[in-house]
Write a protein that binds this ligand. Sequence first.
Ligand code: HEC
Length: 208
Amino acid sequence: MLKGIAAGVALSLLIALIAAYALLHSGLIPANADAKPSQLETWMARTSLDATLSRLAPKVPNPVALTDENLLHGVQIFAQNCAICHGSAKGAASPSPVALGLYQKPPQLATDGVEDDPEGYSFWKIKHGIRLTGMPSFGFTLSDQQIWTLALFLKHMDQLPPKVLQTWQNVKNWPTVEPYASNRNSSHDEVGNKLSQQGLESQGMHGN
Ligand code: HEC
């Protein structure tokens, strides 16, 4: 009797595995990015992320002090590494082409910010990334100190002191090639030199 039940369970499992394999190969599971995630997919991803954060995110207070200088530094690291996906001070009014095309959509943090989140949660997400989304792990390129500096900026993004706010409002979320407009008569090489002097060509390629 028990043997019969065990064989039945094993057979059902085998059929379920074969069905899952066939489904994956059928092309019926969407692989495109230009769609809205289903409620089930969003729920599963959120639940797994929340559980991971409450288990693994650091609970210590941010070791980087709340000073204008550190906030300014946070804006700079954000401009170089994050603005392309998470936007500028204009927020959802002006997302970059990359931000528009990603699946999941990266929140435009000036509009849809994380000021309410514990800083340790932001630290963990930035350091380790979020699996199966466009959110990269920056643990390979930024130091823990730099990541805490970013977490500090994110926490205070909606209440920046005037000097820091001004710098934040000048951040662009997409490379602009202004020398072309102001140097109509320059040769291509001259423009190229200007760009590399400004470090624009390598923007986003290096950690900080
Ligand atoms: C290539 C695009 C991309 C880049 C670059 C990127 N992110 Fe993200 N990020 C995402 C996406 C997509 C999500 C949403 C993931 C999800 O839905 O769970 C996300 C989520 C986040 C979240 C969680 C937001 C929330 O509402 O819970 C934080 C915080 C964050 N990113 C910070 C950063 C920081 C800081 C940087 C720069 C060091 C950065 N990201 C760079 C794509 C990006």
